[in-house]
Design a binder for this molecule. Structure first.
Ligand code: GLU
Length: 262
């Protein structure tokens, strides 16, 4: 279970995602990637290796946009390589999704989607989820948050996911079951952060919402944060104030957190 970072606001997302992914490096990982939406353009950069390899890979290519998601992968389904790195996309190319965890029933879902003409690129369980969301979005004509909710009612497993949609550059949708996800409420209007723990968020804001199991967060620049259950009930976000300080997160000159602890 590795790292997730997300940003929606008025600043450029890429540097925020990269520094967030660096803060999550202590969890261990084998590949890294980002997806950015700038206007109606969705760009994905991903590769096997470290966050520094990702930066080298992106160097010289456009990485603009004020909405973005970033991921560090610890491979469970499919070897560590560029194609299996997250974010993943569906056939239409509108959605980008990152996932920590395991989709246990990915095989029967994949079989059904293959029969309906979906083309898969990676070996991951994760890619099945983005195709399923895309399929439901098209078939039902529903907005992204509802498509994610409907898709997850078919899914068995552990996950923290974040999805963005090229057709809706103002929205980021997240969901979790048995894998942590924290939302940061930015200091400026319409600014939000997402991460698999608070370490990438604390330098930006102290106000966080810890998502609970079975919750879906629909985060929009204008309408703000809405939380729903898998059964489609509205929930009121509970905002915690973080007491963690940035210095406590730094490694204090040591190469590893464990060395500092010793
Ligand atoms: N099961 C997914 C994969 O193998 C996600 C692994 C993770 O948590 O990083 O790509």
């Amino acid at each position: 279970m590795c790292g997730i970072v997300g940003y929606l606001g008025s600043k450029q997302a890429y540097p925020i995602l990269i520094s967030g992914l660096r803060r999550l490096e202590y969890r261990g990982y084998d590949s890294a990637g980002v997806a950015l939406i700038d206007g109606d353009v969705l760009r994905i950069h991903k590769c096997q290796g470290k966050v520094s390899d990702l930066e080298a890979h992106v160097n010289g290519h456009p990485a603009t946009g004020t909405l973005g998601i970033g991921h560090t992968r610890w491979a469970t389904h499919g070897p560590p390589n560029d194609v299996n790195a997250h974010p993943h996309q569906a056939t239409s190319g509108d959605l980008a999704l990152i996932h920590n965890g395991i989709i246990e029933n990915y095989a029967p879902i994949k079989e059904e989607l293959l029969q309906r003409g979906h083309v898969f690129r990676s070996d991951t369980d994760t890619e099945v989820l983005v195709h399923l969301i895309d399929d439901i979005q098209r078939a039902e004509g529903v907005e992204l948050g509802e498509a994610v909710r409907l898709a997850l009612t078919n899914v068995v497993g552990a996950y923290a996911i974040v999805v963005i949609d090229r057709k809706d550059p103002d929205t980021m949708v997240a969901a979790r079951r048995s894998s942590p996800l924290v939302i940061g409420i930015g200091e400026s209007e319409g600014e939000y952060f997402l991460a698999s723990d608070a370490t990438p968020i604390v330098e930006h804001t102290r106000n966080v919402v810890y998502m609970e199991d079975g919750e879906i967060a629909i985060i929009n620049r204008r309408s703000g944060l809405r939380l729903r259950t898998m059964k489609n009930q509205e929930k009121t976000p509970f905002i915690h104030e973080l007491e963690m300080h940035l210095e406590a997160l730094e490694k204090g000159g040591y190469d590893h957190f464990m060395l500092r602890e010793i």
